[in-house]
Design a protein around this ligand. Structure first.
Ligand code: HEM
Length: 223
């Protein structure tokens, strides 16, 4: 099963991932043309874009443990999935500032004070900016081992995004708890695997503690 899926994933070009990732956007545009989504289209658009962005952001974090647990290897598509997440989050932010705030910046500032969870969203977005800006191969080569350190920012960004999502609910729903549990489980698994890797490095290498210098697009050592 995993082998067959891996063969499929290997054959899937990056453009294919983009096409798949843009399906929700196409669906949303279709819904808007039909007068939707939902009874409050602005809120519907905002929520749909935010939720899709969150899904894709968490998908980036799921890929390494999924490989360890099931052998399904989607690491080569993580960059495209991360950039898709960023795209949806930019559109989510744009929907708020444009559709909800009507491009009135003073109104947007007032809204930030009124709904403090927006700060979490904005901080998460700001943390994702350098990741999107350094996702190209040239940046990976230029930054070397620092690239991996920089891309650890995905963790606080995803954590803040989950908090932003939970806080905007009046009462945290079952779905909210599931997102929080999933994020915490991923964080714990990341900390454990980082600890194990450091221990192995210390045991294997006479130059203990030397950071790995392999390509960030390599198989097992992504943030
Ligand atoms: C990593 C960045 C972000 C993610 C992943 C994210 C995700 C989400 C999610 C999942 C929701 C709830 C959707 C639902 O319940 O179906 C939401 C709501 C919302 N987000 Fe974000 N968001 C992010 C950043 C931002 C930013 C930068 C802003 C603008 C300042 C923003 C403004 C809003 C607004 C206005 C709502 C609706 C709240 C309400 O209905 O009361 N988000 N976001």
């Amino acid at each position: 099963m995993a082998d067959r899926l891996n063969a499929l994933l290997r054959r899937l070009p990056e453009a294919g991932v983009w096409c798949l990732g843009l399906i929700p956007l196409a669906w949303l545009i279709w819904q808007v043309l039909q007068g939707g989504p939902g009874v409050d289209p602005v809120r519907g658009i905002e929520h749909f874009l935010g939720k899709t962005g969150l899904w894709l952001l968490i998908a980036c974090l799921v890929i390494p443990p999924l490989r360890l647990l099931t052998g399904i290897n989607a690491l080569r598509h993580r960059r495209a999935i991360g950039l898709l997440a960023f795209l949806y989050i930019v559109l989510h932010l744009t929907a708020w500032i444009w559709l909800e705030m009507g491009l009135y910046w003073s109104q947007a500032l007032k809204d930030l004070w009124k709904r403090p969870y927006l700060f979490f969203g904005i901080t998460a977005f700001l943390l994702l900016l350098p990741l999107a800006a350094t996702s190209g191969r040239a940046a990976i080569r230029r930054l070397g081992p620092r690239w991996k350190q920089l891309h650890l920012l995905i963790w606080p960004a995803a954590g803040l995004a989950v908090l932003h999502y939970l806080w905007q609910m009046k009462i945290i729903s079952r779905e909210g708890w599931i997102w929080l549990t999933l994020f915490l489980a991923l964080l714990v698994s990341r900390l454990i695997s980082a600890g194990l890797r450091r221990k192995k490095l210390r045991c294997d290498s006479p130059r203990a503690g030397k950071p790995a210098t392999d390509s960030p697009h390599g198989q097992a050592k992504l943030p």
